[in-house]
Design a binder for this molecule. Structure first.
Ligand code: DC
Length: 226
């Protein structure tokens, strides 16, 4: 039996800006489960590759970088996230739009995805895991107890991302963000390896117009039905 089959895993997949990160965090806190932000691993691979001067077309080099990532997911005293890469605080850099673009490129490389597989599965520990990403239900945790495909309209996702970045003091135009989101959606769903799509049996949740609390409660109701 695989680890994922014995530990309850809630897989939450969906496009960028659908609110996965926020919902996954809230659900993991409500259940007392571990949290896997798999997108952060692709983002960290892009950052580590840049700092080691590995080109984004050097497939073997990137797979090696992904395999050797020295990451620590931590939190500050106020509960906000803190991510250390080889001991260096890269929390802010991880969330930059430019890092997201690099992550999307490295995530399209099968060898990189393979390199990150065991590391992701190792997050499945008692009492359970909430895993957030693009292929949690389709690839990484195929026997997850609950698979959710969380989505929202492209306009709403661009607006949310805009607000999020503005709150962090980053100035990005809404039009540019919408273009980025559409480009990234296309790359993530058209790539041949682990394309973004609902897993068989996934429950679809469209969060357009819904509050964070409403979406979190819907997920928790579905968990209670298990
Ligand atoms: O969710 P995010 O924006 O942090 O993800 C960054 C990139 O990584 C995104 O372009 C898609 C990719 N990704 C992936 O391919 N598979 C995952 N499980 C998570 C993220």
């Amino acid at each position: 039996m695989t680890v994922a089959a014995t530990i309850p895993v809630i897989a939450i997949d969906g496009p960028s800006g659908s609110g996965k990160g926020t919902i996954a965090r809230r659900v993991s806190e409500a259940l007392g489960y571990h949290l896997l932000d798999s997108g952060a691993l692709y983002r960290l691979t892009a950052i580590a590759a840049e700092s080691q001067n590995i080109a984004l077309n050097d497939v073997n080099g990137l797979a090696g970088v992904a395999l050797g990532l020295d990451v620590e997911f931590d939190s500050n005293e106020d509960g906000s996230e803190r991510i250390l890469l080889s001991g260096k605080d890269v929390t802010r850099q991880v969330r930059l739009e430019s890092t997201g673009a690099g992550a999307s490129t490295v995530a399209a490389i099968p060898a990189v995805r393979e390199s990150l597989l065991a590391r992701q599965r190792a997050f499945a520990e008692a009492p359970g895991l909430v895993a957030d990403g693009r292929d949690m239900g389709t690839n990484v945790f195929t026997s997850a107890a609950l698979k959710i495909f969380l989505t929202a309209s492209a306009e709403e996702r661009a607006r949310r991302r805009h607000k999020q970045l503005k709150d962090k003091g980053m100035d990005v135009s809404l039009a540019a963000l919408s273009r980025d989101i559409e480009d990234r959606d296309r790359r993530d769903s058209e790539r041949s390896v682990a394309p973004l799509r609902p897993a068989p049996g996934a429950r679809i949740l469209d969060s357009s117009g819904l509050s964070i609390v409403a979406v979190t409660n819907t997920v928790l109701e579905w968990v209670a039905e298990l």
